[in-house]
Design a protein around this ligand. Structure first.
Ligand code: 5AD
Ligand code: SF4
Length: 439
């Protein structure tokens, strides 16, 4: 039987970085309720599965994760399903999985403590309301932070790309107020953050009124945060090409703490497919943005997302995508097989692509990406650069950190997590570099 008064919890987050942020906030809420995090390797009394719905059999994965929570003696913890699968398929989960006692959507998890009280009293509770700003107002003010920490500044999406569930699971675009973000960032830095990554499904659509009452875009927030003395680095993700303003591009050339890295998904190199995806930009307009970004910050590392096998994608469309990757020379890229999401327009389009064709295209695309990634890393060999140390490496005396271009760098030395150190880059592979501590 489920224990009625859980003492320990574990939050398991899947999917995007925003889920990681949400998972941290749920942990803070549960700690505030008097629960403590279950030690590694030990069962927890309460398990929160913070799910992702963006691709591939998301719901099936949740059911198998729920099944795996059954302990050897047949008991189960108190189970809560949170995140985007909860939002999209909450009722079905409640009907199909009796061991789930709470279902909570991404905009309602601030009400978890109240739900927990009701679950302890034996009720099964669902909350998939979408009051996005209310959530942030209700969350604890004190923050925990790693050296590199996320800060959600914008949530939701109004773009309605035809393949994507985000507008349905996360709701409409909202920007959190400037003042709240300035305060939360300062608290994160007080708690030890040296790098903050500003998060949003369309982070560069963020807008707000600064402390002088002027309406500013993301660049205004970045310039304000850059004034925090102990904050060393600022990043942001994920951006949409249509919201890449010149003011934000200029900030890349002017704000030293803004790292030379831009994740700007394009999804496809074919205008025909971009139109069918409702991306509202073309390959040419995308390349023109990159040109301006590179003019502002010549050493910028560029990354992107790609979908292969969107309905109707021909071999020529796919060849256009490969050509684009070759031309841009990304430092990294994330690529996915198209996955029909229930309720999205693309799921019912004609000409769905066969699984073997998608597999083959994904393999070819990833081979090219690895080639580009390796070349980018090799071009860094010989540079002396700053590395922010995030954790210990696998080997004794080894440390792992990130270069300004978001490359993983490992090296040895008498240093500590959170140090910003100077490292000479000596050797490069596709996914990381080896370096030597200079000072
Ligand atoms: N199928 C495959 N990939 C998808 N993405 C979003 N929706 C889908 C889908 N239905 C990818 C896009 C997006 C990234 C976060 O996930 O590339 O940029
Ligand atoms: Fe999804 Fe498109 Fe919005 Fe990105 S811009 S979250 S892909 S709908």
């Amino acid at each position: 039987m489920t224990s009625t008064a859980p003492k320990t919890y574990r939050v398991k987050s899947f999917g995007c970085q925003m889920n990681v942020y949400d998972g941290d906030r749920m942990s803070e809420l549960l700690t505030q309720q008097g629960l403590s995090a279950a030690p590694e390797g030990e069962d927890a009394d309460l398990v929160v599965l913070n799910t992702c719905h963006i691709r591939e059999k998301a719901a099936e994965k949740v059911y198998s994760d729920i099944g795996r929570l059954r302990r050897d003696d047949g008991t189960v913890p108190l189970i809560a399903v949170a995140g985007c699968v909860a939002q999209a398929e909450g009722e079905e989960i409640m009907a199909r999985a009796p061991s789930v006692k709470m279902v909570v959507g991404p905009q309602a998890y601030h009400r978890l403590p109240d739900m927990l009280e009701r679950a302890k009293a034996g009720q099964r509770v669902t909350d998939t309301d979408m009051p996005a700003q209310t959530k942030f107002d209700a969350l604890p003010k004190t923050r925990r932070a790693n050296t590199s920490t996320f800060l959600t500044v914008q949530e939701g999406c109004d773009k309605f790309c035809t393949y994507c569930v985000v507008p349905y699971t996360r709701g409409a675009e909202i920007s959190r107020p400037f003042k709240d973000l300035a305060e939360e960032a300062r608290r994160l830095v007080e708690a030890g953050a040296r790098e903050i990554t500003l998060l949003g499904q369309n982070v560069n659509a963020w807008t707000g009124d600064n402390d002088k009452g002027q309406q500013v875009g993301l660049e205004g927030l970045i310039r304000d945060l850059a004034a925090i003395p102990d904050l060393a680095r600022i990043r942001y993700t994920t951006s949409h090409p249509n919201d890449m303003t010149q003011a934000l591009i200029d900030a890349h050339g002017e704000v030293d703490k803004l790292m030379p890295y831009l994740h700007l998904p394009v999804q496809s190199g074919s205008d025909r497919i971009l139109r069918a995806m409702n991306r509202s930009h073309t390959v040419e307009s995308y390349l023109e943005i990159l040109k301006r970004v590179r003019a502002a910050r010549p050493d910028i590392a560029l990354s992107g997302d790609f979908i292969v096998g969107f309905p109707g994608e021909t071999e020529e469309d796919f060849a256009d995508t490969l050509r684009l990757i070759d031309q841009v020379s990304y430092s990294a890229a994330f690529s996915f097989k198209y996955s029909p999401r229930p309720g999205t327009p693309a799921a019912t389009m004609d000409e769905q692509i066969a699984a073997e064709v998608m597999d083959d295209r994904l393999k070819r695309l990833q081979a090219l990406v690895i080639e580009k990634q390796t070349a980018f890393n090799q071009a860094s060999v010989g540079k002396v650069t700053q590395v922010l140390i995030e954790k210990r490496g696998r080997l004794e005396g080894q440390w792992l950190g990130k270069s300004p271009w978001l490359q993983s760098v490992h090296f040895e030395g008498d240093v500590a997590v959170g140090d910003l150190v100077t490292v000479e880059l000596l050797q490069a592979g596709p996914n990381s570099l080896a370096g030597r501590l200079v000072f």
